[in-house]
Write a protein that binds this ligand. Structure first.
Ligand code: 2RA
Length: 340
């Protein structure tokens, strides 16, 4: 006995990855439906060996469906998620719409699985921002051992975080630099992204942070511990898939780099590749398609009493979005719905 599962936004990058990962992890599906907007109606998407045709989200009745993995923007989610939740279908939402609602759990299963029991308040569970998900997987085991006081993180985020348009823009701009043409591809980013980096993701806030930076602060506090101080600089880089992060951590207690490495090696969802030699670390191109959060460059920060630096890389479409959502579905099934 398995679950009746809907994937909402099945034709987008994250929606397609959700289907791939549901199949790869052999999630116990009794029935699956792939929902999309009218303009994508009839589009075909892969689910393992099967090819599915999309159904119209606007007229779909979620009654009798166990869970719906949402991968559509906040505006559309605001319309359809409440409909699904009211019909008794648990929504696992990848947009930012519900992440900061105190009545809705924000979950990274390796970090705060117990939060899944809070889903029933609104029948909705929120998936964190991609840049947050990989970071809290790395932080949690170290926090349990030595209590984190402060985190300073700089991100190097791939263009796929901004969607298909970002991928197309990097590709088109790179080609046009080598083969100049008159047609100017449409701009997604505010400045050239090819052979450049842009210290701006999402909108600017009055504080001078960008909303992406604010998300990392707010979500880390909600998922791990509100007492942790976080400051972030989020940067877009000319990489297609894979977010990287340089993370500096200050602890309450001293944590030796070797002990930190051993702890991370034994922690769920983490792959430590950390040799102090040429190539002894992970780069984004090597993480694509993998489930793991990779950690490299683990080393003491000798400028403070209890400091540590590390390098964190993960596939932003997988752990940063689709994989985490499927892991929440697995957690929900295992701990709450208990079919399958
Ligand atoms: C980005 N984290 O990378 C944001 C949304 N996925 O663009």
């Amino acid at each position: 006995m398995g679950y009746r599962v809907a994937v909402v936004g099945a034709t987008g990058n994250v929606g397609r990855e959700m289907l791939n990962i549901l199949a790869e992890r052999q999630f116990p599906v009794d029935e699956i439906v792939v929902l999309a907007s009218r303009r994508s109606l009839g589009s075909e998407v892969s689910f393992g060996e099967r090819t599915l045709k999309t159904t119209d989200l606007d007229t779909f009745d979620f009654t009798g469906w166990d869970m719906a993995l949402f991968a559509i923007g906040s505006d559309a989610t605001k319309i359809y998620a409440p409909k699904a939740a009211a019909a008794g279908c648990v929504v696992i939402d990848n947009s930012s719409l519900y992440r900061y609602d105190p009545d809705i759990p924000l979950i990274v299963p390796e970090v705060n699985p117990q939060a899944v029991h809070g889903y029933a308040k609104k029948n909705i569970i929120a998936n964190p921002n991609c840049s947050t998900a990989q970071m809290v997987v790395a932080l949690k085991p170290l926090h349990d051992r030595a209590t984190i006081k402060r985190v300073v993180v700089s991100t190097y985020q791939s263009v796929s975080g901004s969607g298909t348009k970002g991928i197309d823009e990097l590709w088109d701009q790179t080609k046009s630099i080598y083969n100049p043409t008159d047609n100017k591809p449409p701009r997604t980013f505010t400045k050239q992204i090819a052979f450049n980096v842009i210290p701006h993701i999402d909108v600017f806030l009055d504080s001078g942070e960008t909303k992406e930076e604010w998300k990392m602060v707010a979500e880390t506090k909600k998922i791990i511990d509100t007492k942790i101080k976080v400051t972030a600089t989020c940067v877009r880089v000319p990489v297609f898939v894979g977010h990287s992060e340089a993370i500096n951590i200050e602890f309450e207690d001293f944590l030796d780099e070797d002990e930190a490495r051993d702890i991370l090696r034994e922690s769920p969802g983490i792959m430590v590749i950390d040799k102090r030699e040429d190539g002894g670390y992970v780069t984004p191109v090597e993480c694509v398609g993998d489930f793991a959060t990779f950690i490299s460059r683990i080393r003491q920060d000798s400028t403070i009493d209890n400091g540590l630096n590390l390098w964190c890389v993960s596939d932003n479409l997988r752990k940063g979005a689709a994989l985490n959502a499927v892991q929440i579905a697995e957690l929900l099934g295992r701990e709450v719905l208990k079919k399958g």
